[in-house]
Design a protein around this ligand. Structure first.
Ligand SMILES: CC(C)(COP(=O)(O)OP(=O)(O)OC[C@H]1O[C@@H](n2cnc3c(N)ncnc32)[C@H](O)[C@@H]1OP(=O)(O)O)[C@@H](O)C(=O)NCCC(=O)NCCS
Length: 301
């Protein structure tokens, strides 16, 4: 069976072979012009395998996003062929650093790691944790005491993200340029603002100064991806970050609490100690699924 290179029009018929959480990002990846994809078609033309990668905007790095082979076609060398085809394509386009991000603890994890090891990828490292909160978890979280607290006082207020003015954003950019204080992963970059859910994405203001935010993407009806939660270090440890999260959850419930699909996903990195603490103390008791993401890299000459 041959693998074919997919483009913006042909990739749509392979969408069901992407991981569910990745599907909402497909338009963004296609529009970026940096998507590299190969697919496998059965004899009668039905898609059964898909390999996806993204080139960085400077073209130096490539990210393997997913490799999927339908179960009846596994163990015939197709996953390996997809990995090699993606690697060769990225290399031909100038990528010298390859990265693969994937979930640990799945039935395919050992197989995928075997494929990487055989092709001289570096040993995988822990990368991030992904938490999944279902409707059941939401209903329980709504009753927790921290969801009812108000710690903002007279000078702080939470407003919808889209209500903040250009001046507040310009001021934030100026402060970041002078003394970087917001990590790239939570900065309101075009990536983080793309596909933003307007009803639950919030800004925290002190007077007119933007001192925090909670940005969410909508993945599908009922399902939010909590993309970025940030509170300025000057105001940490007094519950304002948690209140942003609580307000966002209240708004989500008010809007979609009737849907059986009410749910949320978020991800945090091992070096983000503040988020690890919030997660452990406030969220972990309600989380339904908790998976570890691993990262493997390879440098090609
Ligand atoms: C991972 C996946 C893509 C592999 O596809 P595949 O077509 O079966 O892979 P291949 O046939 O090319 O290679 C399988 C290799 O794993 C080996 N393998 C099979 N079972 C294994 C196991 N339990 N432990 C370790 N290695 C195993 C095979 O022997 C083969 O190795 P070899 O090339 O040295 O003989 C497929 O299982 C899949 O789609 N899983 C779900 C999606 C996923 O998790 N993707 C990976 C993260 S993005």
């Amino acid at each position: 069976m041959d693998l074919i290179k997919l483009d913006a029009s042909t990739i749509r018929t392979f969408e069901h072979l992407m991981f569910r959480w990745q599907r909402p990002f497909l338009d963004q990846w296609v529009d970026s012009g940096n998507l590299v994809a190969y697919g496998g078609l059965e004899f009668f033309g039905a898609p059964f395998a898909l390999g996806l990668a993204i080139r960085s905007s400077d073209g130096r790095s490539g990210w393997i996003q997913s490799i999927f082979v339908s179960s009846e076609f596994r163990n015939q060398g197709i996953g390996s062929a997809l990995l090699e085809r993606l690697g060769a394509d990225l290399h031909a386009h100038g990528c010298r650093n390859l990265t693969a991000l994937y979930r640990a603890g799945q039935s395919s994890t050992r197989i995928f790691e075997h494929m990487l090891c055989k092709r001289n990828w570096d040993d995988p490292m822990p990368h991030s944790c992904v938490c999944y909160l279902t409707r059941n978890g939401y209903l329980r979280i709504l009753k927790s005491p921290w969801m009812q607290r108000n710690v903002l006082g007279a000078t702080m207020r939470i407003v919808p993200w889209h209500e903040i003015g250009d001046d507040a954003l310009a001021d934030l950019r100026r402060r970041q340029e002078q003394h970087p204080f917001v990590d790239d992963s939570v900065w309101p970059s075009s990536d983080n603002l793309n596909n933003l859910d307007p009803s639950t994405s919030l800004a925290l203001l002190k007077g007119d100064e933007l001192i925090g935010w909670m940005l969410n993407k909508r993945l599908s009806p009922g399902l939010l991806y909590y993309t970025a939660l940030f509170a300025d270090a000057r105001y940490r440890n007094r519950g304002v970050g948690l209140q942003l999260l609580a307000e966002s959850i209240h708004r989500h419930y008010a809007l979609e609490g009737h849907l059986p699909t009410l749910s949320a996903i978020w991800e945090f990195y091992g070096d983000n100690l503040a988020m690890m603490r919030v997660n452990r103390r406030r969220l972990a008791p309600f989380v339904d699924t908790f998976t570890e993401n691993r990262k493997a890299t390879k440098t090609i000459g």
